[in-house]
Design a protein around this ligand. Structure first.
Ligand SMILES: [Fe+2]
Ligand SMILES: [Fe+2]
Length: 143
């Protein structure tokens, strides 16, 4: 498998992790005897999922940065800056979430996930979409 194929495969695996996180942080309303109650968040499960996602993300990004730097030298007419800048931007949100998790305070985790958690879901998806488009351009040039 080429680096490009590995990265694409990881994007698919990351999307599965994102869906899982999304399901855990989206409040589902359970109707119990006519009264609406917000589903209780399972924090141990949630922190486990986030830690796994961030670990996976970091290892993916490491491989990707190495690959993109190589491609940047090879294909100077393609734009790599935006993608690389987005890695820095995402890392800011990741830090906020990890700090909240490390605090062990459920309220802090809830606040971080309601803000940075939701932002990161959108941004990671948009980022991976842009990367896939860039990968297509690289593939076309390499042919
Ligand atoms: Fe990336
Ligand atoms: Fe990526």
């Amino acid at each position: 498998m080429t680096s490009l194929e590995i990265l694409r495969k990881e994007h698919k695996a990351l999307e599965i992790e994102l869906k899982e996180l999304e399901a855990l942080i989206s409040p589902e309303i359970d109707e119990i005897e006519g009264e609406e109650e917000e589903k209780e968040v399972n924090y141990p499960n949630l922190t486990h999922t986030i830690k796994r996602l961030i670990e996976f993300w970091n290892s993916h990004e490491g491989k990707e940065e190495k690959f993109l730097r190589e491609m940047e030298d090879k294909y100077q007419n393609l734009k790599f800056d935006t993608i690389l800048f987005q890695h820095k931007e995402l890392s800011g949100h990741k830090t906020v979430i990890m700090n909240a998790i490390n605090s062990g305070n459920e309220f802090e985790i809830k606040v971080a996930l309601d803000t940075d958690g939701r932002i990161i879901l959108d941004k990671i998806r948009k980022h991976m979409k842009e990367e896939n488009e860039l990968f297509d351009k690289i593939k076309n040039k390499a042919q």
